[in-house]
Write a protein that binds this ligand. Sequence first.
Ligand SMILES: [Zn+2]
Length: 202
Amino acid sequence: MIEIADGIFVRRHAELDLTLGLVTGAGESLLVDSGMDFALAREVRPSRIVLTHNHFDHVLATEAFLPCEVWAHEGCVVDESLLEDRAKHYDEPFEGTLVAPTHTFRDTVTLDVGGRRVDLHHFGPAHTSHDVVVHVPDAGVVFAGDLVEQGAPAQAGPDATPSNWRHVLDLLLELEPRIVVPGHGDPVDARFVREMAIPEAT
Ligand SMILES: [Zn+2]
């Protein structure tokens, strides 16, 4: 865990260059994406998880952190199709249980994480139909999920809406972030987001 702002951490994973986030308040914490690493749950006991979107690499370890609230956009479906997608990348089967979100929202919701304000936003479809942007206003930190990738181009799969992607990033930039944490790669700044290439549909 690397502290990128007061009480805000990122955990970088060699596997898929995945990046998870942790926002801490007084006696509570919020994990941004559960990832695929069950071992992390031995170090971190979050009171809430936010899933930025339903791609398998961001959500499969959720069960390791229970009991906790699992937040996502209302369009975030966690079902067997994730495992079919995972099977394209890994030979051995997933040994675990899929966990659906317990708390959902549509446009925006504000959470209190141990006295710290955390806003969840959905700015419309882009990487998926249900991308969540996590904003910690007191630190100027935004977790962008896979709307932003560093070290590799952003990815647009069959569930992406590339035509709306720039608009979504513009709304993200209106939050005036000091640090933007991507779903894969190292934290970046607003300029990186402004200048990044939008992927084409595949
Ligand atoms: Zn993704």
